[in-house]
Design a protein around this ligand. Structure first.
Ligand SMILES: [Zn+2]
Length: 393
């Protein structure tokens, strides 16, 4: 028997009934939109290619659009913003599961050191929760003596801290997109703390050890979510504990600790800055986008980006606003496909939300938006002087 598609069958039936304009009828019968839908409506265009299946995604999109977020940053005065920030910080911490974490003594131990010419790469471990150890490098510039400003360098997907610390130790090796930015900050005279986030590098679970670029973030998300703990909650909690440790050290200036993150590391620096007021400056590179972009526009974002119920309360610009009045640099490439279907135009409204908080507090000079030429990659040109300005001036 000749195969016939569902759409073809419906067309044949409508034709036999003498009906025309089948394309106008099909969507009302539950099929997806026609192929000539507006190209501007990405969601409809995508679904046309799967017209033979009975998808649920459109229902979820409609559900999302029917429920505007309930905690947008809409303060009109500094006092209103401060009250908002207090409530929003608490809600975000609750959503990512911070109250379900179990702090434990850090028990710091140095476990190795490698001379890298202008800096020494030290390997350290601290405990963050019972039976949870966080390895990190300290890239210590040889020219730095005594207490010094420090910057936490958060990696994205890939091999973890090695990508920001310049490993493997061969010219041109390593993760090109991340550009070994930890080394860049060390060369600029800062102590660069480069941790592995849970599920990456030395913290991979048994599911992801064939290749150093594999990660266990999706696995940990599946294990954590039933417990009410998302991966970004684990990451943010570990960074809070890292700052606790840094402030207890005798080589770090506790009031001069910055946090820089690229891509998924940008999610980490954003989350840390939102829940902890100790980072003295924050850089969120190549991460700010409409929080619903992965749903609405079918861009691939790893499951570790997700937080249950987050969209019911916040967009990413609301979270960035919580960093005010501390210096915040937001970066994005002008052709970064992860920003959203409209590129920089999708990032700008999020930046505007955050900028409004800085305006209310009278410190507009403490927020900057750097749009650089390129795709999803680290760009040091504005980030290095920005961090230097606030931590070492
Ligand atoms: Zn992931």
């Amino acid at each position: 028997m000749k195969d016939i598609t569902r759409r073809g069958f419906l067309k044949a039936v409508l034709g036999a009934l003498g009906l025309t304009g089948a394309k106008a009828v099909l969507p009302a019968m539950g099929a997806a939109g026609p192929a000539n839908s507006s190209q501007a409506d990405d969601t409809r265009t995508d679904m046309a290619s799967t017209a033979e299946f009975f998808e649920s995604r459109q229902h979820l999109i409609d559900l999302y659009r029917s429920r505007p977020r309930s905690m947008p940053m809409q303060a009109a005065t500094a006092d209103e913003f401060n009250a908002y920030a207090k409530a929003a910080r608490a809600k975000f911490g609750e959503l990512i599961g911070l109250d379900r974490m179990t702090p434990t003594a850090a028990n710091p131990r140095r476990t190795g050191a490698v001379d890298r010419g202008d800096h020494v790469r030290e390997h350290w471990l601290i405990d963050t929760e019972p039976d949870v150890a966080m390895p990190f490098y300290i890239l210590r510039p040889k020219k730095v003596k005594g207490r010094a400003a420090a910057v936490i360098c958060c990696h994205g997907h890939g091999p973890g801290k090695d990508a920001v610390a310049g490993l493997p130790d061969r010219p041109g090796a390593g993760n090109v997109a991340e550009g070994a930015f930890g080394v860049q900050f060390a060369k600029a005279g800062l102590l660069a703390f480069c941790p592995d986030a849970r599920g990456f590098g030395e913290r991979r679970e048994a599911d992801a050890r064939k290749d150093p670029t594999q990660s266990s973030c999706t696995f940990l998300q599946m294990v954590g979510l039933p417990l009410g703990i998302s991966v970004i909650g684990m990451h943010a909690f570990d960074l809070v504990r890292l700052i606790d440790h840094m402030q207890a050290r005798d080589d770090v200036r506790g009031d001069r600790i910055g946090c820089v993150g690229f891509s998924g590391g940008g999610w980490q620096s954003l989350a840390l800055g939102a829940v902890d007021d100790r980072p003295a400056c924050v850089v969120v590179s190549s991460y700010i986008h409409p929080v619903a972009a992965p749903l609405l526009f079918r861009k691939h974002n790893c499951a570790c980006n997700m937080v249950p119920h987050l969209w019911e309360f916040f967009d990413l610009g609301d979270l960035a606003a919580l960093i005010a009045p501390r210096p915040l640099l937001i970066q994005t490439g002008d052709s970064d496909s992860l920003s959203g279907p409209n590129g920089v135009a999708d990032v700008q409204p999020q930046v505007d939300i955050a900028r409004r908080a800085y305006q209310l507090l009278g410190c507009q000079d403490r927020i900057a938006f750097d749009v650089f030429h390129g795709g999803h990659r680290w760009d040091a040109a504005k980030a290095l002087p920005w961090v230097g300005r606030w931590l070492t001036a």
